[in-house]
Design a protein. Structure first.
Length: 65
């Protein structure tokens, strides 16, 4: 298996990932953090769900971009 290390641009502990396609994926983690890529992981958009800073997201389900 090939491993491709990618920069997530977050210090959150990531715990969930859902690949929608070869270019779109969502990830989730500590402190209400979510991440999304639409270019196969070359760049990741990060955010935090408002009011969820005390929550750790352990799973994520993506449907599209």
């Amino acid at each position: 298996m090939d491993v491709n290390v990618q920069a997530s641009n977050t210090t959150a502990s990531l715990r969930g990932i859902c690949a929608v396609s070869s270019s779109i994926a969502w990830a989730s983690g500590s402190q209400g953090t979510w991440l999304r890529t639409v270019d196969g992981g070359r760049a990741w958009q990060t955010g935090q769900v408002e009011g969820a800073a005390d929550l750790d997201f352990r799973g994520v389900r993506g449907f599209d971009d």
